[in-house]
Design a protein around this ligand. Structure first.
Ligand SMILES: *Cc1c(COP(=O)(O)O)cnc(C)c1O
Length: 222
C-alpha cells in the first residue's frame, strides 16, 4: 500500500517541485521514518531545535531554516545550513555574510516576501527587496558569501483559496521581475518556495518550485 508520503512526493515531483518536510516539534523517530523512505530535505523554524536535530540525525540530511531568524543566532547555522528561506531584512543578510566569510562558505538563501494581507507575518516589502538586490548586484558585491536562490512567501491564513492563489501569483510575478530586471544571468536564481499542507496544490499550479509541508506528513502539531 503506498504511503501518504510517497503519494505526496510523487505529486510534487510531477510538478518539478521539491518537497521540504517540515518537521518542527516532531521527534527524531518521525524524521527517520521519512528519511528511510528517501526524504533528505527537512525544514525547521527554531534554531535550537534545528541544531539538536542536526547533531542527532544522519549528516546527509539537508536542513532548511524556514522560521524567523534572529541575527544573534546566525552563527550557529551558517557552518552547515542547506538553505535559509526566511531572510527578511538587509541587516540579517549582512550578518549571514559576515559569519559565512568567517567559515569560508557561501550560504544559500531565499528572500522572504510579505505577500499575505495579515500584519503579523514576517517578510520584505518591495522597497526592501530592491534595496537588497542593489547591494547584491553591486560590483564588487558586499554580499559575496551569499547566494540568493529565489523568493519565499506565506499566503494569508484564510479559507478563501482565491485569495491565497492571488498571493502566490503575485510572488511568481515578483520572481519574474527580479529575474529579468536584476539577475538575468544568474541561473542559480531559480526557486520559489510557497505552499503548505493546505494550499500546496494551488501553489504548484502558480509556479512553486519548493513546497513546505508539515502537518499533512507528520500529523497535526499540538
Ligand atoms: C510550519 C510551517 C510550514 C508547514 O505548515 P503545515 O501547515 O504544517 O504544512 C510551512 N512553512 C512555514 C514557514 C512554517 O512555519
Amino acid at each position: 500500500m503506498p504511503s501518504l508520503y510517497s503519494d505526496i512526493v510523487k505529486t510534487v515531483n510531477l510538478q518539478h517541485a521539491q518537497l521540504i518536510a517540515v518537521s518542527k516539534t516532531k521527534p527524531n523517530e518521525a524524521i527517520l521514518n521519512l528519511y528511510n523512505q528517501g526524504q533528505r530535505a527537512f525544514g525547521e523554524n527554531k534554531v535550537q531545535e534545528l541544531l539538536d536535530k542536526h547533531e542527532q540525525l544522519p549528516n546527509d540530511i539537508q536542513w532548511h531554516m524556514i522560521g524567523h531568524l534572529q541575527t544573534n543566532k546566525v552563527k550557529y547555522l551558517v557552518p552547515f545550513i542547506h538553505l535559509i528561506h526566511s531572510v527578511d531584512s538587509l541587516k540579517l543578510l549582512f550578518e549571514i555574510e559576515k559569519q559565512a566569510e568567517k567559515v569560508n562558505r557561501t550560504v544559500s538563501v531565499l528572500l522572504q516576501i510579505h505577500i499575505a494581507s495579515e500584519e503579523s507575518k514576517f517578510g520584505l516589502d518591495e522597497k526592501e527587496l530592491i534595496e537588497i538586490l542593489e547591494y547584491y548586484t553591486a560590483s564588487p558585491s558586499p554580499l559575496n558569501h551569499i547566494c540568493i536562490k529565489g523568493l519565499m512567501g506565506m499566503a494569508t491564513n484564510t479559507d478563501d483559496m482565491s485569495i491565497r492563489r492571488n498571493e502566490f501569483k503575485h510572488l511568481t510575478e515578483l520572481f519574474k521581475f527580479v529575474k529579468n530586471s536584476y539577475l538575468p544571468h544568474r541561473d542559480d536564481f531559480n526557486e520559489i518556495s510557497m505552499g503548505m499542507s493546505d494550499d500546496y496544490t494551488i501553489a504548484m499550479e502558480e509556479g512553486a518550485t519548493m513546497i513546505r509541508i508539515g502537518s499533512l506528513l507528520f500529523g497535526n502539531r499540538s
